[in-house]
Write a new protein. Structure first.
Length: 358
């Protein structure tokens, strides 16, 4: 295993589209969403540890989730946690991670990986990231893994690439979530991949890009160079993190960088962004019903997604195409076609019932 390989797992989000399972106190990455026996963040950590030494895997998360991370990831120490005191999108925490890793290993190459995605073929994933690590070790590039699209999905960003004979392609441009007609044109052209938000680069080149493109942020975090991996780090981050610009790595760095490359991959990826995307990954009965948690009896029911507590006996009669989710003292019953409203529903629940339910 290569000691120059590092990972940063991004685990600070709330996952509000998975309410009521996912809440501000206990977001979806800490739940066993697919009934595998492990939470999404545990699956992500295990997957990365096949290629990267466990002590080189860092977790970027909100300060409030420190205990949850340490409880679920037994192989991590407090020094591997990048605790954000404020939510400032992805660029600041990636720069923080790069500077912290560079302080111990200037030759490091790092992968940035979301904590809450599903990957079916983990062997292919491991081979792909090794290929990306090797390329990033030898070239001054910023790399992203591009997912081979199987539908004109309007929920993902797209990567247009230069269709050369090389397995690793030069990126022409990034496009934010398109409308259906545009997404279909992208698919038909054969020049586009889904942007999964999985990035690989050397710490040297990403820090150089921050210095050029986000100089104020680079200057702010560089003031802590003597503090990283010492007892002063927490205080420095608490005092300065909130002063950082709130911007994503995509907008802040990648969209304007000249040296971005992508590796087209196909390892059964799903971003598990909604109950519908989870439903697509689950086994179903003959009537296309899927259930996680309890024991469910379906009568004259089809196309439903049921998520309840373990051991709960549930009877569903006469429902078609619904999401039914029960957690503690909250029950959600919502048509699958209206799942995009769940984010708005949580805002109303907060107003009507109080913060503790969201």
């Amino acid at each position: 295993m290569n000691n120059n390989y590092y990972a940063v797992i991004m685990a600070g989000g709330v996952g509000s589209r998975f309410w009521p399972m996912s809440t501000q106190e206990n977001p979806k990455q800490f739940h066993d969403m697919l009934g595998t026996g492990k939470s999404l963040i545990q699956k992500t950590f295990d997957r990365l540890s096949q290629t990267i030494p466990t002590e080189n895997i860092f977790i970027s998360t909100n300060k409030r989730y420190e205990d949850l991370v340490l409880e679920q990831l037994k192989d991590t120490t407090k020094n591997q946690l990048l605790l954000e005191p404020n939510m400032r999108n992805t660029a600041p925490c990636i720069l923080y991670a790069a500077l912290k890793i560079k302080a111990v290993n200037p030759d490091a190459v790092m992968i940035i990986a979301p904590s809450d995605h599903w990957i079916e073929d983990e062997k292919t994933f491991a081979n792909n990231i090794k290929e990306a690590f090797e390329f990033s070790s030898q070239h001054d590039v910023l790399m992203t893994l591009g997912i081979q699209p199987d539908s004109p999905n309007t929920g993902y960003g797209y990567i247009q690439f230069d269709d050369s004979n090389n397995p690793i392609k030069k990126v022409k441009q990034f496009t934010e979530k398109p409308n259906l007609e545009t997404a279909q044109k992208f698919i038909d052209s054969g020049e586009y991949l889904w942007n999964a938000g999985i990035f690989i680069w050397s710490v040297k080149i990403i820090i150089q890009n921050f210095k050029t493109q986000l100089p104020e942020m680079h200057a702010l975090f560089s003031k802590g160079n003597d503090s990283y991996n010492t007892s002063k780090e927490t205080q420095f981050i608490d005092d300065n993190y909130g002063k950082s610009e709130n911007i994503s790595i995509d907008f802040g760095i990648l969209e304007n960088a000249k040296n971005v490359h992508t590796l087209p991959v196909d390892f059964g990826w799903n971003d598990l962004g909604t109950w519908g995307s989870l439903y697509n990954k689950l086994q179903k009965d003959e009537q296309q019903n899927a259930a996680v948690g309890g024991e469910v009896m379906f009568r004259d029911a089809s196309n439903n997604m049921i998520r309840t507590q373990n051991g709960k006996r549930v009877v569903i009669q006469g429902l078609d195409n619904f999401i039914v989710v029960e957690k503690d003292d909250v029950l959600l019953i919502c048509p699958k076609d209206d799942e995009q409203d769940i984010k708005q529903i949580t805002a109303q629940v907060k107003k009507e019932f109080g913060d503790k339910f969201v």
